[in-house]
Design a protein around this ligand. Sequence first.
Ligand code: SAM
Ligand code: DTB
Ligand code: SF4
Length: 331
Amino acid sequence: MAAPTLVPTRHDWSVPEIEAVYTAPLLDLLLQAQQVHRACHPANQVQGCVLLSIKTGACPEDCAYCPQSARYTTDVAATPLLDVDDTLAAAARARDQGATRFCMGAAWRDAASGQQFERVLDMVRGVRALGMEACCTLGMLTQEQADALAEAGLSAYNHNLDTSREFYDSIITTRSYDERLETLARVRHAGVTVCSGGIIGMGEDRHDRYRLLRQLATLDPHPESVPINLLVAVDGTPLADRTAEDPLELVRMIATARVLMPRSHVRLSAGRLSLSDEAQVLCFMAGANSVFLGDTLLTTPNPEADEDRALFARVGIRLQPTPATSTDAAP
Ligand code: SAM
Ligand code: DTB
Ligand code: SF4
């Protein structure tokens, strides 16, 4: 592996610079992204994460892409916060499947308080006790909540910016971009790693993508994880009829994220079911080194475990080992 110090970590990316990366001839972009990737990460290795919706639906927010918003009529059935035992049983299954990170998602505008929040803290402690990284995505947090999650051992907090500040209002009106950034700052202040990314295919143009990437890449430090989602157009949501995005735009988005944030995990997130195997491989070539495993994301389908196993075997990709079994983790 080349010396990681050869690739600087920059926080001053400008939109024209990002545009130049994103719009380069695709093969040049892929080469650049793969060179950055190999300088900073083990080759052919992907982190496996598993998602669980711990509280589903009936969300007061109006995110136009989301089947869990109470404002839209979708097939999602609302369910209250799960038990700790059921959640930890799912985490143990995820670990057996090869996942090293377990991500718990709740359809809340703001993380709940009181007993429900205490239950989430128990879930975090339980996941950590299984030897896995614990991630939560619970909506907006106060500093006290972020600190309590840190104290419970939370490894990462997911809170996506989703798109550019300029396009945000056409997707979400019930909260502001700045509120999103405030929660990210609280998570960082609490000492929990940041997972933040966005979605493509919602009708945004390339400039919105450059500006989203600029927001993420000018955070200092960069988010440790950057999920790039391809819109899953769900019946009943305002974005149900959007035409499918060109998969090569997803490849460009991932490759640009890799170049801008060389040391972050870039996650090929929602939307894998609509990609061919070959398009997924291009995403890995572009520097994606994390995926969600398991047949369900939060409420929508994801490739079956067998399909992923077969694809990884064909391509020679291995799952990132757990810290306990990793040879890299030796002192
Ligand atoms: N309620 C919390 C929040 O909004 O932060 C956490 C859960 S929310 C479902 C997590 C993320 O999933 C969203 O920020 C969005 O980026 C992504 N997401 C939701 N629905 C999606 C869809 N239909 N297609 C792609 N990504 C989606
Ligand atoms: C992220 O960026 N994508 C995940 C995770 N973070 C929480 C969620 C994708 C949700 C896709 C729609 C659904 O399954 O409900
Ligand atoms: Fe609620 Fe999160 Fe869905 Fe928005 S993305 S409607 S906040 S669950």
